[in-house]
Structure formats: C-alpha cells, structure tokens
Design a protein around this ligand. Structure first.
Ligand code: SF4
Length: 382
C-alpha cells in the first residue's frame, strides 16, 4: 500500500469519529470523495490559516465553528471540506483563495432594504457545512478549495478591489461563508475600519460564539430559512433547524440588518401550514418587519426531477405570510412580478419599484415613505 493510500485509509477509518450524529445516506456516499485530496496530513497547503474556535481533543481537534460539531483526527477534514488537522492543529485551507469573485447588485443577495441600487463586491471560497439536495452552487460548495480554480486575493486585496470597482459593500456569499470564516472575518474587519459595509449571505448554520464575534463587523445578512421542520432540515439539507432560528434571533438582537430567504421547493418546503407556523414564529420573536423573500425553486442538482415552483404556490405563501402579520414580503426569481416591489406597510403605496435587480423608482426619503411618512425599516442611502 502506498503512503498516500495508507493515510487515506487512516483518515477514512477515523471519519466515524468526526460525526457525532447520524449522517444522511446521500451524504455518506460522498465522504470518501471529500477526503481524497483534501489533506495529506503532513503538508500545509499554501492558503492556510490556523482555525479559530477550536478545542484540543488529544491529537484530534474539536471544531466549535458550526453545529456539525466535527472532531477531526490528524490528517482528517471537517464536513465542510476546508478545515484540516495537520500535525494536531486545525487549519482553514480557504484563506485568500476565492473560487468566485464578482460584482453584483446588492438586490441579488437578495437584500432589498439595504443600500438599494448599490453594488456588492462578492467573494466565495469552496466548501459548505450543509449538503442541500437542491444546492445551486454545488460545484463550489460540495468540494474542497483544492478542487476549485482559485484566485490569489488576500483580505487587503479584496478591500482594494472593492474600492477600485466602486462597490459600497463586500458580500461573503455563493458558498457558505461560515466555512471560510477566518478569511471573511479578517477581510470584513479591514473593510469596516475603512467605511465599507459587509454582507453575510449564509445558511445561518453557525455556533453562537463565532456568530456574536462576527456581528461586530457585519452590517447586513440574508439568511436562508430552508423550511420550518427539523425532519426536512435533516433529509433535505443534512442540518438542523434550531441553530438557524438562533442565528436569526442573534443577528436581530445585535442590530445587524437582516432579511430572510425561504426557497419554496415543491413537495419539500411548500406546505402552507408549515409556512404559517414559520411566520407565526418570526412574528412572536419580533421579526415581523424583517423582509421575507419567498424564492422560486428551479430544478437543480439532486432535485433535477422536480418541477419549478408553481407561481400560485408562491403567491399563496406570500398571502399566508401577509395574513400572519409579516410586513415586507417578496417573491423572488420571478422577474416582473408585483411582489418584487416594496409597498409601504401603512399606506400600501408602492415605494420602491423594481424590475429584476434594477430600480425604476424609489420613494423612500430619509428612511421614510414619501407618501405617508411611515418609517421603513432598512439601511437607506442618505
Ligand atoms: S466549520 Fe467545518 S469543520 Fe467546523 S464543525 Fe462545521 S463542518 Fe465541521
């Protein structure tokens, strides 16, 4: 047996120790793939940074970053594929090596109540701590940073590029920023010092301590609330609902501007009773003026056989949320729909008119509705 094969076998054997909970079958099938090439256990990858939020467990390291709660043996890799134990120390191997770099309208995140009409310098490094059957970025989220084509862009360079491209913010997005936390945090800290805003686009699957530290440098977040059911979270996403709900509460409590996206997947997350329960929870927790985006599913990845979400079901979800007392409800991924505009909660007039990501009219003045003076929650220009 060659040395590399031996190391892989050791790591595979040790992987049982990495999962403190049952791993869904679709995830199990991929584990050996994650280990291949993720870490050879002896060399430090060029784009490494010692990981934050860890505790020693003998030679293994317990990662405290997210609810997956991995205990990673020497030579092993976390579920997210980008945290490796090299010689008894845990390293992020997603530091300064983004696999995606784009300039996006902030509306694409989606954030509709945060500096509308501005652009967000958007970066992602490979890896994710969930394994959603419908992932739309699986080519970069379900692989390790060693398997993607990356750019060389350290935190200082990201901030400089953001300025050069005249973006108002930096977005940590596309894959899952919790898994490239060290890179995102260091970048956000520099940006924050220099007056550039930071956006966290995430599945919300993060432990409370790293989240609270993050809130110091993040200005806005859009969090995916994938369903309102633990069983669906387990089968569809290989995750848990409760930590995501905690994330929503913490962002709100820490005064980070928050918006929520709920992807309505036929047969999975389109149950109207569940949507009503979700809205009732949001209302009960003081999140009724947090913009809620019902997003249309299109066939993707392992759910390629499903149809796109029927428009009627999106509209029913929208109506259910409004009836439940949610004040700013949107329908996404349906360009030209009336529910992509913003309406004042008090006078019901259209105050921001949109077409896709473009803004055609904005009647918010100094954070208030120009027609009736109602304060519109959000972060507005001027
Ligand atoms: S961040 Fe990665 S290594 Fe850490 S617990 Fe989560 S999945 Fe595991």
């Amino acid at each position: 047996m060659k040395k590399r094969e031996f190391l892989q076998c050791c790591a595979l054997g040790a992987m049982n120790a990495v999962f403190p909970r049952p791993v869904p079958a679709h995830l199990h099938a991929e584990i050996s793939g994650w280990l291949t090439g993720a870490s050879d256990g002896e060399e430090l990858w060029q784009w490494s940074k010692e990981a934050l939020f860890v505790e020693q467990a003998g030679d293994a390291i317990h990662c405290l970053k997210c609810p997956n709660d991995c205990t990673i043996p020497v030579g092993g890799t976390g579920l997210c594929r980008n945290r490796v134990n090299v010689g008894g120390k845990l390293y992020s191997i997603a530091y300064g090596n983004p696999c995606a770099v784009h300039v996006d309208p902030v509306e694409k995140k989606p954030l509709l109540h945060f500096l509308p009409g501005t652009r967000a310098f958007s970066i992602a490094a490979a890896g994710c701590n969930l394994a959603c059957l419908n992932c739309q970025n699986w080519q970069i989220s379900q692989v390790s940073p060693k398997e993607t084509e990356n750019q060389d862009m350290m935190p200082r360079a990201v901030v400089d590029e953001c300025r050069r491209t005249r973006c108002a913010s930096i977005a940590y997005t596309y894959s899952e920023p919790t898994t490239f936390y060290e890179y995102a945090f260091d970048t956000a800290e520099i940006a924050h010092r220099e007056g550039i805003r930071n956006i966290w686009k995430s599945n919300g699957y993060i432990e409370e301590k790293p989240l609270r530290k993050l809130c110091r440098v993040i200005d806005a977040a859009n969090i995916d609330l994938k369903s309102f059911d633990e069983d669906i979270y387990s089968r569809l996403n290989a995750g848990k609902l409760a930590p995501v709900l905690r994330t929503l509460r913490v962002f709100h409590e820490m005064h980070v501007w928050l918006e929520i996206t709920n992807l309505v997947i036929p047969g999975w997350s389109d149950d109207l009773d569940m949507i009503r329960r979700m809205c009732a929870w949001l209302r009960k927790n003081g999140l009724d003026d947090v913009p809620l985006h019902f997003s249309r599913f299109v066939p993707m990845y392992k759910l390629n056989q499903l149809p796109p979400t029927p428009l009627k079901r999106l509209e029913d979800a929208h109506a259910a949320a409004v009836s439940a007392g949610m004040k700013y409800v949107y329908i996404g991924n349906v360009p030209g729909h009336d529910a992509e505009h913003t309406y004042c909660h008090r006078c019901k007039k259209m105050i921001v008119e949109r077409r896709g990501y473009a803004i055609h009219a904005n009647h918010i003045k100094n954070g208030k509705c120009r027609f009736c003076g109602e304060v519109i929650p959000g972060v507005w220009m001027g």
